[in-house]
Design a protein around this ligand. Structure first.
Ligand code: SF4
Ligand code: SF4
Length: 385
């Protein structure tokens, strides 16, 4: 989606001035659901305390952050969450919340409206209660989350359904779209199950293959609806951040580390939640020091798309939503290509009518495999001579 002119100017200025315009802050990794595809460890290893969070928020405001996403884990498990929210609003952040909504009551919905939260994104995995509950592993969670959506809508709040697609819920996507229409809320899907933050890739088995996703790729209406809120939200860095078009991002892989970053419940700062490269810890250093002086941020900012070793020469770039964070987590190289992006790009190109699309990465791997096979045969032949 194209940025509005105001958003475009804002993004441009933040890029020029190296301002952390959007920050994604996970205030806890604890959760009251146990979703099968979740990448987090839900133990509490010493979350930031209330004064520490407030101190960080004050530093972010001073650094120029405008858009703040509070996420987790489940944010409402923090007993001080409303205190933090109130403090954040006193600093005039534009706030998005990500929640499973199990703890949102009618009274809390009123409070969220009073505090002027811009948007609440709620995870709903299916229109079928048993499928949703099997994914969250909490019986009755579907009914409770839906009830919360109604409380929030009654207050006139902007609610969005977020649905990560996996093997368990792909076939019900059309019904989810109907449910979202009935609730009068937009929804967004995410086709990428990501590795766990500790590097464990076992949950990737739940991903749908590119072939299984062909209907979703062919039918844009299944992928959800962009809303004016998305233009603002997408600058804060997410798996769908590639959805925003702004000239300010020309030539770089994405906003991560340029005008957006991520903060963990333990005070670690990463370029993005999908790019777990610790650049510093706010318990030991100031945000300013980490943002402006860490070598990790400097390295991420130095990457230019036309210097990517494989991808720069790829014919499928316009179909590709390569995420440098996933390139790092799945392929071990921030500047590299990785299978998942290539498979989806090839499928998108095929759907768009490109005959036999082949990514540069797959072409290179096939070339190497052929060379290995050919050298093996040469060895066999030479042994017979
Ligand atoms: S690292 Fe990936 S998820 Fe994060 S902003 Fe960049 S493209 Fe989006
Ligand atoms: S399709 Fe693969 S090789 Fe091509 S740009 Fe995307 S990640 Fe790189």
């Amino acid at each position: 989606m194209n940025a509005t002119p105001v958003m475009d100017r804002l993004v441009g200025r933040s890029m020029k001035g190296s301002v952390p315009l959007g920050v994604h802050f996970d205030v806890t990794y604890r959760c009251n659901e146990r979703c099968v595809h979740c990448y987090l460890d839900h133990e509490d290893y010493g979350e930031l305390e209330t004064p520490e969070v407030k101190n960080i928020l004050t530093q972010l405001a001073a650094a120029g952050t405008l858009m703040l996403t509070f996420s987790g884990g489940e944010i409402f498990l923090r007993k001080d969450f409303f205190e933090l929210l109130e403090f954040a609003r006193s600093l005039h952040f534009d706030i998005t919340l990500k929640s499973n909504a199990l703890m949102i009551t009618a009274e809390r919905a009123v409070r969220l409206r009073e505090l002027g939260v811009r948007q609440i994104q709620i995870s709903i995995y299916s229109a079928e209660p048993e499928v949703h509950d099997a994914i969250t592993k909490v019986r009755g969670s579907f009914a409770r989350s839906l009830q919360a959506i109604r409380f929030l809508k009654t207050q006139g709040l902007h609610v969005k359904i977020a649905c990560p697609l996996m093997k368990q819920n792909l076939s019900g996507l059309r019904r989810l779209r109907i449910l979202a229409d009935e609730l009068s809320v937009p929804y967004v899907i995410d086709m990428t199950v990501t590795p766990k933050l500790d590097g464990d890739t076992s949950i990737l088995a739940m991903r749908n293959s590119a072939d299984e996703l062909v209907d979703v790729i062919q039918d844009a209406s299944l992928r959800g609806q962009a809303t004016p809120d998305d233009a603002a939200e997408s600058v804060v860095g997410s798996a769908v951040s590639s959805g925003i078009e702004s000239d300010a991002y020309d030539g770089i892989p994405c906003s991560a580390g340029h005008n957006t970053c991520y903060i963990s419940p333990y005070g670690e700062v990463y370029p993005c939640v999908q790019m777990p490269i610790p650049a510093g810890n706010l318990r030991r250093e100031s945000f300013e020091q980490i943002w402006h002086r860490s070598p990790q941020f400097a390295r991420v900012r130095a990457i230019r798309e036309d210097q990517l070793p494989v991808c720069a020469a790829c014919n499928l770039r316009k179909y590709c939503e390569r995420c440098p964070g996933l390139a790092h987590m799945e392929g071990g190289d921030l500047t590299g290509a990785y299978d998942r992006a290539c498979e989806l790009a090839e499928m998108k190109a095929r759907v768009a009518g490109v005959a036999n699309p082949l990514s540069a990465w797959h072409a290179q791997s096939r070339g190497k495999a052929l060379a290995v096979r050919a050298s093996g045969r040469l060895v066999q032949i030479s042994q017979h001579l």
